[in-house]
Design a protein around this ligand. Structure first.
Ligand code: FUB
Length: 307
């Protein structure tokens, strides 16, 4: 009988129990994941770590995009955006996020500015989640000369974008200081002043999401980074700190999360230096684990898994 053939049984069991392995992408180093659920698929936008093994800093010239319908099998698409697509930028394709609005896709990205000291946030736009994306402004949306709350020049990075139920869009970003501002309906201009948010041990990597009636602001805290989070009944706060969500990402000194709800499940998407031998702080890899809420809306601590 066919079920008595061990090889065949093994093959059948393997097919029935397909499980994702962490890291989920292994042929390239990927960092700063930003996932977007759109039309039954998940689009995963990442930075691309290209540092040589003996180079101890970021070497990031482009972003990548992958898509999946099951969170297990990821298809890589054409490189959708590069530093060189922003004429005003010099380097550093750092953390970013893409959001859909009115049939267009807006990509908020960290770059090093070419003529204004420090990091800056640019915005690119496309008609399709896979691009091609083009610089929407021809200049940066946020620059260091707009946010002088601290003496540091690298505090304008790591944008996260969120559209509230009433249609108002918000951009949060920052390093050391967490900033936010409203966006106009066109998604490429600020609408009003830049505010700051007081969060314990805020380092960088804010991510805003909503589940039920709660708004969540998760972020990288301390250094090496853990992911912490705060909750609020409004996207503009006040935010109540609710603790650590995820510990230091193994041998990577940064951690950077994205949180989505997809086909009835919640996911915590992050990076670590998990590729054996060569992985590390500048050669990171995207991983995915399930995220679970408690009845009171708080989130259970996420334990990193290898599958
Ligand atoms: O990838 C470069 C930087 O490292 C990001 O902008 C930060 O969030 C950290 O992950």
């Amino acid at each position: 009988r066919w079920f008595r053939v061990p090889g065949l049984m093994f093959l059948l069991c393997s097919i029935l129990s397909v499980r994702a392995q962490n890291p989920v992408i292994t042929h390239k180093y990927t960092a700063d994941p930003a996932a977007m659920v759109y039309n039954d698929s998940v689009y995963l936008y990442t930075g691309h770590d290209e540092a040589a093994k003996d180079f101890h800093y970021y070497d990031m010239k482009e972003w990548l995009v992958f898509s999946s319908a099951d969170m297990v099998n990821w298809k890589e698409h054409k490189v959708p955006l590069r530093v060189r697509d922003f004429s005003w930028a010099q380097s550093d394709a750092w953390a970013s996020q893409v959001i859909a609005r009115n049939g267009k896709f807006y990509w908020y990205a960290t770059l090093m500015h070419g003529s204004i000291d420090g990091k800056a946030i640019g915005v690119a736009v496309a008609d399709n989640p896979l691009g091609p994306f083009r610089d929407a402004l021809g200049k940066a949306l946020i620059t260091n000369d707009m946010t002088k709350a601290t003496a540091i020049s690298w505090d304008d990075l790591d944008p996260t974008v969120f559209i509230d139920d009433d249609g108002q869009a918000y951009l949060y970003w920052g390093n050391t200081v967490c900033y936010y501002a409203r966006l106009k309906d066109n998604m490429i201009e600020l609408d009003g002043p830049i505010h700051t948010v007081d969060l314990p041990d805020f380092t960088e990597a804010p991510w805003i999401h909503k589940q039920g009636d709660w708004y969540y602001l998760s972020y990288a805290s301390q250094f090496p980074e853990k992911i912490s989070y705060a909750m609020s009944r409004s996207v503009t706060g006040p935010w109540e700190y609710r603790g650590i969500l995820n510990e230091i990402a193994g041998n990577s000194n940064t951690n950077h999360q994205s949180i989505i709800h997809y086909k009835g499940k919640d996911y915590f998407i992050y990076h670590n230096g998990g590729i054996p031998t060569d992985g590390g702080s500048y050669r990171r890899s995207v991983c995915i684990d399930y995220l679970y809420y408690n009845e009171d809306g708080t989130i259970k601590r996420i334990v990193m898994t290898s599958e």
